[in-house]
Design a protein around this ligand. Structure first.
Ligand SMILES: [Zn+2]
Length: 71
């Protein structure tokens, strides 16, 4: 995955998603994250995308990069 601004290889930073809880949470008190997409960061300090701290993300199975950090 390349930065759309400077062409640098983006570093995988994290993934994001929706927090899910077990239906039987009283038996299995656990939660997990249903993955929605990946978060990448451009580590080029000269990158033009300073507004969003050079974060980008993808959503779902779509490889289209979006700028910023998902809420
Ligand atoms: Zn960049």
């Amino acid at each position: 995955m390349e930065c759309p601004y400077c062409g640098n290889e983006l570093i995988w930073n994290d993934y994001f998603g929706k927090i899910k809880h077990s239906e039987h949470y009283w038996l299995y008190p656990q939660s997990w994250i249903e993955k929605r997409g990946d978060i990448y960061k451009c580590e080029n300090e000269d990158c033009d995308s300073g507004v969003f701290n050079s974060f980008f993300y993808t959503y779902g199975n779509n490889d289209e990069l979006k700028e910023g950090y998902p809420c």
